[in-house]
Design a protein around this ligand. Structure first.
Ligand code: ATP
Length: 443
């Protein structure tokens, strides 16, 4: 465990930066907020979209064996009976009799309050699903749930995808979307939210080939985080002990990141065997369509499923924490986000060196228009401070490249490109900027 004071300061740094620069705001803040629900601001939405896009590129576009899906948040409530969520999607909770704080029993190391050492109540079970009603007359509709995971939307559509896209095993279905859990123990900024997004893949394989694919997905998912810049020593795989396994899982590993509060789950990778398809086949009127006909052996069976299930918000938080850097440059502190350029919210900032020279402002404007023309990424213009301050502003939000236009640019057509990480400045032809930016961000 890292030193606690330092840990708190780190999460506080990230939360402060997030609020001040527009990554994350508390939901309905002007009303005093609502517990563990967050809004993503102008920079946060870019970072989050970039994380989702990189996941989608890797999981769908770079492969031929995965199809995408966008299923609804509301589903027939029978789905959640079949999945086990109605009967067992619950946390066992205890309250401290002295300080009244509430804890998940699986988070406690000892049978006493971790805050004040007080005695605890007997554990009680608390279902995490949010319930609402479908129907126009209050009290007369049917009870439905806000989905607590996106995975079930994939399972119930298994046959639709097989038929419509003529897929053969092994193949996967990927989905990114909102999930909701009425979490009891919250805190640690966005780490445990009540409304959050998941990026889930259900990868369907022949029974017997599941272990091989399980190993494959463990390595593949670790590599995704590492390839986007997460430091190796801050990432690990942790295998679930047999008494920790969920009711559906044959085996499970968590991808964990060393957050300021300690090693915590970023993503769960589970071998779900044929639990889900089997359950829906038992409960749904039309459930038998979920059996897969394998024409290579002339038999039908329920495929096994390997599921890498990650949280978008937790990935965003880990990328932010991991990228956060403080250093002293020429006796001044510099804070910057060393985000992978693919994730950076703003890719390039155009900064005029002298804003009182109309020709420089005009040339800067033209350069910006050129960079924005394909509308592929965020490029911005800023002339509201001196150049040193403008650089610091962009460093702090992780902008990989800054372009400055000066008096000489007017005659030689060249501009200065400054790299966020090395702070090296290079003189280049203004006409080559688009190519330089695209090469840097890998588009
Ligand atoms: P935890 O033990 O931390 O509650 P979990 O094991 O219940 O998580 P899963 O059901 O495996 O989580 O969900 C898959 C992923 O969805 C998690 O790895 C996490 O990234 C994300 N996730 C789950 N619950 C939340 C939440 N309340 N807030 C943000 N992300 C979440």
């Amino acid at each position: 465990m890292p030193d606690n004071d330092l840990a708190k300061a780190e999460m506080k740094d990230i939360a402060n930066l997030s609020k001040r620069r527009g990554f994350v705001f508390q939901s309905s803040e002007i009303y005093g907020g609502i517990g563990s629900v967050w809004d993503y601001g102008p920079l946060g939405v870019e970072l989050k979209n970039n994380v989702k896009r990189e996941w989608w590129k890797r999981m769908v576009y770079r492969r031929g064996d995965v199809e995408g899906l966008d299923s609804a948040i509301l589903m027939n409530p029978e789905v959640w009976k079949a999945s086990g969520h109605v009967s067992s999607f619950a946390d066992m909770l205890v309250d401290c009799k002295d300080c009244k704080r509430r804890f998940r029993i699986d988070h406690l190391k000892e049978p006493k309050c971790p805050e004040c050492g007080g005695a605890l109540t007997d554990p009680r079970s608390f279902n995490l699903m949010f319930k609402t009603q479908v129907g126009t007359v209050e009290g007369q509709g049917i009870d439905v749930y806000l989905r607590p995971e996106t995975a079930q939307g994939i399972f119930v559509n298994f046959a639709n995808v097989v038929v419509s896209s003529r897929k053969k095993l092994p193949f996967g279905i990927a989905q990114i979307g909102k999930s909701f859990r009425n979490e009891i123990t919250t805190g640690n900024f966005t780490f445990r939210s009540r409304e959050f997004e998941q990026m889930e893949l259900e990868f369907f394989v022949k029974p017997g080939e599941d272990e091989k694919w399980y190993e494959y997905w463990l390595a593949e998912r670790m590599d995704w985080y590492l390839s986007l810049g997460i430091r190796k020593e801050k990432l690990r795989l942790r295998e679930h002990a047999s008494d920790e396994l969920a009711h559906y899982a044959k085996s499970c590993h968590d991808v964990e990141y060393l957050f300021p509060m300690g090693w915590s789950e970023l993503e769960g990778i589970a071998n779900r065997a044929d639990f889900d398809l089997n359950q829906h086949a038992k409960l749904a009127e039309n459930g038998q369509v979920l059996k897969y006909f394998d024409d290579s052996i002339g038999e039908s069976y329920f495929p096994y499923v390997i599921e890498p299930s990650g949280g978008v918000d937790r990935a965003v938080l880990a990328f932010l924490i991991d990228a956060y850097r403080k250093e002293v440059v020429r006796e001044r502190e510099r804070v910057y986000l060393a985000l992978d350029p693919r994730l950076a919210p703003i890719k390039v900032a155009v900064l005029p060196l002298l804003k009182n020279r109309p020709e420089i402002v005009e040339m800067s404007g033209k350069i910006l228009e050129g960079l924005k023309a394909k509308a592929m990424y965020r490029a911005v213009y800023d002339d509201t401070a001196a150049i040193g301050k403008l650089y610091r502003r962009q460093d702090e939000i992780g902008t990989p490249l800054c372009v400055t236009v000066d008096v000489e640019s007017l005659t030689d057509g060249k501009v200065t490109v400054r790299d966020r990480d090395t702070m090296v400045q290079e003189r280049v032809d203004a006409s080559s900027l688009e190519a330089i930016v695209e090469a840097k961000i890998g588009y």
